[in-house]
Design a protein around this ligand. Structure first.
Ligand SMILES: N[C@@H](CCC(=O)N[C@@H](CS(=O)(=O)O)C(=O)NCC(=O)O)C(=O)O
Length: 211
C-alpha cells in the first residue's frame, strides 16, 4: 500500500489526498508537522517537505505536481487530466496558479509569525499581490463554468479548490468570496465532494517555530 506523508493544513498534500480518493486508491496517511525537528518526512524527501508518496518498493515521490502526475499515469481511471496537449496545459495552468497562491500564503503566514521587529511589511505585501492577482486570474479562467476547466471534474478543480480552502483556513477575513463570487460558488460545490469533505485542512501547532 502507498504511504503518504502529509500535514493537516497542507494544500499541496491535500491535492494528492483528493486525487488518491477520487481514484479509489488505498493509501496509509502519515500526518505530521514537517516543521518540527523530529519530523519523519526528511527520511524520504531530502527537501524535507510534505507531501511525499512512498511506494511499496520504498521509492519516494515528492513535489505534489510530480506525485499527482505519477498517480495519473499509473492509475489513469477516472482521468483527471485530458490527453490533448493544449488541454493538459490548460488544466496544469490552474495547478501552477493554485500552488503559486499557496506558496505566497505560506510565506505570508511565516512572515506574520516573525517577531514584530523582524516583520517585513514590504515582503508581506509583495506576496499578497501574488495572491490577489492569482485569484483574479483563476476567477477569469473559471468564468461562469460549473467546473474549473471544461465540462467535468479535473485536476484543475483539485488545484483551485485546494488553494481556495487553504486561503479560507489561513486567512478567514480575506474577502475573496465577495471579490470572486464565481470562485466562492465553485469552492462550495467542490467542498461537497466526498474527497474534499474527507480532507478539509485544519491548522496545526508548530512546536519548533522557524526563527
Ligand atoms: N512545492 C511543494 C510545496 C510543499 C510544501 O511547502 N509543504 C510544506 C507544508 S505546507 O505548507 O504544505 O503545509 C512543508 O512541508 N514545509 C516544510 C519545509 O518547508 O521545511 C509541493 O507542492 O509539494
Amino acid at each position: 500500500m502507498y504511504r503518504l506523508y502529509s500535514a493537516t493544513p497542507s494544500p499541496f498534500a491535500r491535492k494528492v489526498r483528493i486525487q488518491l480518493i477520487e481514484k479509489a486508491i488505498p493509501f496509509e496517511l502519515i500526518t505530521e508537522v514537517p516543521w518540527n525537528a523530529d519530523a519523519a518526512v526528511p527520511a524520504v524527501n531530502p527537501l524535507g517537505k510534505v507531501p511525499a508518496l512512498v511506494l511499496e518498493s520504498g521509492e519516494a515521490i515528492f513535489e505534489s505536481r510530480l506525485v499527482n502526475e505519477w498517480i495519473e499515469a499509473k492509475h489513469p481511471a477516472p482521468p483527471l487530466v485530458p490527453q490533448a496537449l493544449d488541454d493538459r496545459l490548460a488544466v496544469k495552468r490552474y495547478e501552477v496558479l493554485g500552488d503559486g497562491i499557496c506558496d505566497a500564503l505560506v510565506l505570508m503566514f511565516f512572515e506574520k509569525s516573525r517577531a514584530p521587529e523582524k516583520f517585513s511589511q514590504e515582503w508581506f505585501d509583495r506576496q499578497l499581490r501574488k495572491v490577489d492577482a492569482g485569484l483574479a486570474e483563476l476567477a477569469r479562467l473559471v468564468a461562469t463554468g460549473a467546473w474549473a476547466w471544461g465540462d467535468r471534474f479535473t485536476q484543475a478543480d483539485i488545484s483551485t479548490g485546494a488553494a481556495l480552502k487553504y486561503l479560507e483556513v489561513r486567512w478567514p477575513d480575506f474577502p475573496w468570496r465577495a471579490r470572486h463570487p464565481n470562485l466562492a460558488a465553485l469552492s462550495d460545490r467542490l467542498e461537497a465532494r466526498p474527497s474534499f469533505a474527507a480532507t478539509v485542512p485544519t491548522p496545526q501547532a508548530i512546536r519548533d517555530r522557524v526563527a
